[in-house]
Design a protein around this ligand. Sequence first.
Ligand SMILES: [Cu+2]
Length: 268
Amino acid sequence: MIIAFTLGLTATRVGRAEHNHGGMPAHHHDPDHDSHHDHVDEVTASSFAAGVQLVTARFNTRTYIGDYQGLAPSVAWSKGRLAASANTGLYRLTENGRVVYGIGDLVVTGQITLLQRSSTMLGLAMPISLPTGDDVTGLGMGHVMFMPAVWGSATLGDLDLGASVGYGRALGDTGAPHDHGVWPLVDPMNMQEVTWTATAELPLGRAIRVSARMNGGVPLDDVGHDRVIGGLRTSWTEGRVETRFELQAGLVGDPFSFRGLLESMVHF
Ligand SMILES: [Cu+2]
């Protein structure tokens, strides 16, 4: 399962974030696009984007050791203050020597920007995860999950800063595997948790940005586990195509030991 948010959108750009459970503002620093002159004509314009992400990861939890590789398509739309996105993943998962193939959970996200000043934004996101992935093998959670989040972003000198806080909760079927802790293997989270993200991004010249990112989950039940993930990302924008490369480490709670992401997104 890949949870992607369209956070921190500007009027015409869909900022899609993350392979994680927290809303991470993708503050799009578009060099040709000063925020004070894109208002008039683009407030009502619709924007579409489609992308694909390649992921590879290695994990070593108390009960499972293995790795997975995935291909995750996504689509995104935005218009004015509203945005929506959908994404899922196709995986090859090796767990304790056994290999399984399959789709992950489908995540659909709606989002609204509540406040937009020259360099500051604040908004709400409502991701919903649908159990399209097999929860027995570790490709899906086995239940619907709601993960509302508040996000904000601000520019401080050259740095674009972003943060979010959310609440994730599973619906129904309490017999699902991650009732007893984190699940699924391809992107673990708790049955009920507070999610958080923090990002600092620095533009390097016109087309390239680098960022340091952290996200995590704090369980709200006693069977859960804390989770902290750190990542370093490089983004490259050329015309309508944005490409990102990110290396992540599972710092707390064994979500994975290492994960690499490569993503390209076309903005129409
Ligand atoms: Cu869940």
